[in-house]
Design a protein around this ligand. Sequence first.
Ligand code: IVH
Length: 674
Amino acid sequence: MASKGDKEKIREEIERLRREIEYHNYRYYVLDSPVISDAEYDRLFRRLQELEQAHPEFFDPNSPTQRVGAPPAEKFETVRHSVPMLSLSNAMSEQEFREFDERVRKGLGITGPVTYVAEPKLDGLGVELVYEHGELVVASTRGDGIFGENVTANVRTIRSIPLKLRRERGAPPIPARLEVRGEVIMPKSAFQKLNEQRAKAGEPLFANPRNAAAGSLRQLDPRVTASRPLDMFCYAPGDTTHLPFETHWDFLEGLKAWGFKTNPLNRRCKGAEAVIAYHAEMEKRRAQLDYDVDGVVAKVDRFDDQRRLGEVSRSPRWAIAFKFKAQQAVTRVIDIIPSVGRTGIITPVAQLEPVQVGGVTVSSASLHNMDEIERKDVRIGDYVIVERAGDVIPYIAGVVTERRTGKERKFRMPAKCPACGSPVVREEGEVFYRCVGLSCPAKLRESIRHFASKHALDIHGLGEKLVSQLVEKGLVHNVADLYRLEREQLAQLERMGEKSADNLLGQIEASKNTTLARLIYGLGIPHVGEHLAKVLAEHFGSIERLEKATEEELLAVPEVGPETAREIRAFFSVPDNRTVIRRLLQAGVKPRLERRPRAGRLAGKTFVITGTLSRPRDEVARDIEAAGGRVASSVSKNTDYVVVGVEPGSKLDRARELGIPTIDEEELERMLKG
Ligand code: IVH
C-alpha cells in the first residue's frame, strides 16, 4: 500500500506532467514554435499515461492524454447558450459598409471616426467553449443560436484549444466562468490530404474544408475527430458581464494570454476607411492563407458602445460581415458545345446562364475533355457550381445533383468536326478527340505553320503573323493554296513590300524541291513525327502508295503500331485531305525519294540517342543516316547502339536492361569517320 505521502507525490508528478505537456502543446499548436523535440515530448507523454493508468483515482477529463478521444457516444446532448449566438448582417460593397459605419456613428451620436477591430471572417463552424475556474467544462456548436450540440469530448481532441487556461504573471484575472466563442476550421492543406486519403480508400470526399471541419466535429466517435487536423481561432466572448476588459481588442489580448489561439491578422482600425483598406488587403492575401476566409468582420471596439448599440433581429448593430466577392456561384448549363482548337483538339465548352463570380460575368467554361465531363457528370440543363479564385479561369467545380429534374441530357462528342465535317478521332490512351481535316479552318493556322516549318517544307519568312494574315484575308484555305499566292495579293498585306513579297514567293517556289519524308511530315498527321515520316517514305516510296496503304500494310512497317496505323488511315480517308495532296503535286511540289545509302559504313545499324550531345540531335541523326545508319526514337532489341550524351534519360536504363552496347559521342564520331 502506498502511504499518503507517496500518493501525494504521485499526484504532484501527474499534475506537473500535465502542466508541462500542455505547455508544449501550447508552444506547438498555438504559437507554432516548439521548444522540445518530439522524442522528449513522447517521453513525457508516456510517463503521464503510465501514472494515470496505475492511478485511475487521479483521472481528469482535461488531462492532455484525453486528447486522443473518448469512446463513442450515442447522440449529442443539447446545450443552451447562456447568451444567444447571434449571426451577422452582411455588407456586400464598400458603399454598404460605409452605410453601416454611418448607422454606428448615428447610434452613438458621434461625428468622428469609430474605432473598430477588423478580423478575417473564417469559413468554418462557430463553437462556444465554457470554462469554470479556468477548466474547460462544456463545448457546443452554434446550432440554431439558442441551442447547440454538446461536442465537448470532440473539442478536447483539438490540440490548439486549452483544456486549462494559462495563468501567466501579468495576465488578466480569469473569471470564475468564462465563455469564449470562435471558429473551428480545417486548414486547406489538411483538407486536401484528407480527401486524397479518402479517395484512395474509396470513401466519399468532402466538398470543402468547412464541410470537412463540420463533419469531423460532429462525429459521435471522438477518436475519429482526434484523427482529423482541426484548429480553432477564438474571436468573441459569450457573456461579457464579468469580463475584466473595456474593449474587444483587450479581450483578444486577454484570450492570447490565457492560451487561446487568436488570428494574428486581426487589426484595430480607426475609422471606416481603415477597415476598407484592411478588407482590400485581406482579399488580396486570401489565396495565400491556409484556411478559407470569405470576408472581414468589423466590430465596434468598445464594449460599452456595443451595449449601447444593441441588436436587431438577432444580429448585433455593432458588428458586420464585410464580404469578399463571391468565388462561387450556381448557374445553369444551357448547352455544351464542341469547340475546335488550333491543334484540332475538340474541347467541350459549357454555355452558362451568365452569372457573377469573383467580380466578373461568366457565361462559359471549358469542360476540357470527355473524361472530365464523365468524372463530374455534367449534363446539359444541370445546375452547376462555377468557381473562380483570384486570377484563375472560371471552371465548373461540381453539379448540384439535388436540382436535377430528369430532363438533363448527356453530351455526346460528335463523330464529325463541327468546323469542317472531317472525322473526329480519339487516340487510344489519350483523353482528347481530334479533327483530322487538313483544311479545317479551326486548325488551319497551325497546319500551315507546321507545313512551312524547318523540318517540313522549310519555307523561310512564313512566320506566325504572316500566316494569320493569309488565313484572315481568306488567301489561304489549305496548304496547297500557298502555291497559288500572287505577288499583288502578298504586297497588299501589312508590312509586306514588293521586295519581301518576291522573297517569299521565291522561298515558296524553292520548297517545291523537297523530299518525300519532309512532305509526309509536313502534312501533320498525328503520331507521324520526323523519324516516322522517313520510315514511311522509305517503305512506301511514294505519297500515292502511302495514301492507298491498308491498316494491315501499315502495321507491317516496323515502328508503326495500331494507334499510328489508325491515325494514318483516318487522315487519308478524308477526301479533302487527298484533294489537297493532289493539288500540292499539281502545283509542282516534287517529293524526291531519298534512299539511305545502303552501303555506308553504318549500313544496317540502328542507333538511339539519349542525353545532350555537343551538336543538335537532328544534325547528328542526319550524319548517321548519311552513313547508312538508322536513328530510332526508342530502345528495343533491334537497337545496335545507344549514344549517351550528358544527362541521359531512361533510354540508358533500358539499354542496360536489354544489354545493348552504349557508346559516347567521341566513339560515334570515330565510327562515322571510319
Ligand atoms: S463574431 C455577434 N468574428 O460568422 C458576432 N464571427 O454570421 C458573433 N465568423 O456564426 C460572431 N469569423 O461562425 C465573428 N472573426 C469572426 C468570425 C465570425 C467567422 C462566423 C461565426 C458566426 C458567423 C456570423
